[in-house]
Design a protein around this ligand. Sequence first.
Ligand code: ADP
Ligand code: NI
Length: 212
Amino acid sequence: MDEAVFVRAKEFARKVFEGDSSGHDIYHTIRVHDLARTICASEGGDEDTVRLAALLHDVDDRKLFGDNGYANARGFMGAEDIPEEIQNRICTIIGQISFKGKDSVVPDTLEGKIVQDADRMDAIGAIGIARAFAYGGSKGRAIYIPGDDPKTGMSEKEYFSNQGTSVNHFYEKLLLLKDMMNTETAKEMAQSRHNFMISYLDEFMEEWNGRI
Ligand code: ADP
Ligand code: NI
């Protein structure tokens, strides 16, 4: 695929996310693209598919657009004259990668697995911590409420209607992601980000309880 297609895909995503403060800014998309490319370099898979799926993975996010039949991704790819078969492949990946509690799916292609790993990687570690509190703030959620326990094993429906605190989100999603990575490359990368979140939460509780 021509490099110009990726440049235009990035610009398309930038326009879609303009003004969003729910953690879906263009930089998330760019990080997922770069991470997916890195993972692809060691895991194999078709790089063009990985790159295009990564750049378009959130442009039809259902939290922002509802169930729109991938209208934005298809609109972009149609205008680029990308063949129907490739469009379908990209939309399948986009539909399979998102986190849905215990209803999350493992993508059936290596390219899908790589993009899912990259998207999840950007939800953990230092960046993941920032995104969780940014998202919580945008929804008016509390940082932490003592005695308000995390919910485990949520279904897709429960996960999307959950109104919990941002600290609970670590236990409900972020700390689970390390073991949900598909590729060996991502599993290795995820370990240090995971450890960092554990240290962060330890420190958070020490400070909350006035111990340090
Ligand atoms: P992604 O782009 O990885 O699919 P989402 O759309 O699920 O992520 O959410 C965007 C960001 O906001 C992610 O980093 C995610 O972990 C975070 N987030 C999602 N739901 C919550 C929540 N209930 N509380 C705090 N952070 C959340
Ligand atoms: Ni994403």
